[in-house]
Design a protein around this ligand. Structure first.
Ligand code: GUN
Length: 294
């Protein structure tokens, strides 16, 4: 069994991104600039946003962080996004989800210019991805593809089972694994909360992507010997032995599943750092594109 080390893989890819950005700037291109919007005080969102802004600094990118109180109106938020869309120095715009109840995430996502949609959530971006046209790929599935590529895991002809059908992970992941590409060319089954006899399906999988948001949901009896297991879950569970009283676990029962696997991602330090790599690669691409357009 080999651990798919997200931290080490991300470090390697970030080094490449940094060199690529330096080359672009040396040749007269612009410094990539990511604008990050956060609304409210969700501690998990604050941690993710902090990591994204820190990574920009690490790579020599510019970043703008806009943090609004929970009572910001939808109108005001849309106006802020409009200003960022029209700001030629800003290459990428990301609105951290979830948003407060009174703000429609669809309206917010739809208001981001597809040219700056580095999270890959806009309907135009997702439509292009579905059709196999060049576009920004959603950051988490993109990060997973980068990880598979880094470890030379060949998905050609594999049966991949994706558990979870969210717009930002499960659904795009199923499309990307099945399309004609590398990684890709897999036969994909997309499972979700209403899937019957889930373990009968997962036990036949060569590769499982667990993105269901339930702690330790994938257990050893669901996994075939030699399978690759990618765990997207980040769940906080009580743990009296920890100073904070809690710890992070994935959607996979790691201790019992890992001995069965050929490869497995840990939580933390698995998919999380790779998501940020996907986002930074998209931001660099956006800057290259804008240097050309402007
Ligand atoms: N909330 C959870 N994951 C993500 C993500 O990848 N991007 C944004 N914007 N919000 C999230």
């Amino acid at each position: 069994m080999q651990i798919l080390d997200g931290t080490a893989t991300a470090a390697h890819i970030k080094e490449q991104i940094k060199k690529d950005a330096e080359k672009m700037i040396a040749e007269g291109g612009k410094t990539p600039h990511l604008a990050v919007i956060m609304v409210g005080q969700n501690p998990a969102s604050a941690a993710y946003v902090g990591a994204k802004v820190r990574t920009c600094k690490e790579l020599g990118f510019n970043s703008t962080m806009l943090h609004f109180e929970t009572d910001i109106t939808e109108h005001h938020l849309l106006d802020q996004i409009h200003q960022l869309n029209n700001n030629d120095d800003v290459d990428g715009i990301l609105v951290q989800l979830p948003l407060p109840e009174h703000i429609s995430p669809d309206k917010v996502i739809n208001s981001i210019s597809p040219l700056k949609d580095v999270d890959g959530f806009h309907p135009i971006t997702q439509g292009k991805m579905l059709l196999g046209q060049p576009t920004f790929l959603p950051a988490t599935p993109y990060g997973i593809l980068l990880m598979l590529e880094h470890y030379n895991i060949n998905t050609d002809g594999m049966h991949c089972v994706v558990i979870g059908r969210s717009n930002i992970v499960g659904t795009p992941m199923s499309i990307l694994l099945s399309r004609n590409g590398k990684p890709g060319n897999a036969t994909v089954t997309l499972c979700h909360s209403r899937t019957r006899n889930l373990s009968d399906i997962t036990i036949t999988a060569d590769l499982i992507v667990a993105a269901i948001g339930r702690p330790k949901f994938v257990t050893a009896d669901m996994v075939r010997e030699g399978a690759v297991v990618i765990d997207v879950g980040i769940n906080r569970i009580d743990d009296a032995s920890k100073k904070s009283g809690a710890r992070l676990v994935g959607d996979v029962d790691f201790d019992n599943v890992a001995p069965l696997c050929s490869y497995i991602t840990p939580v933390p330090k698995g998919v999380g750092p790779m998501t940020i790599c996907g986002l930074m690669k998209n931001t660099l691409e956006a800057a290259k594109m804008h240097a050309y357009v402007n």
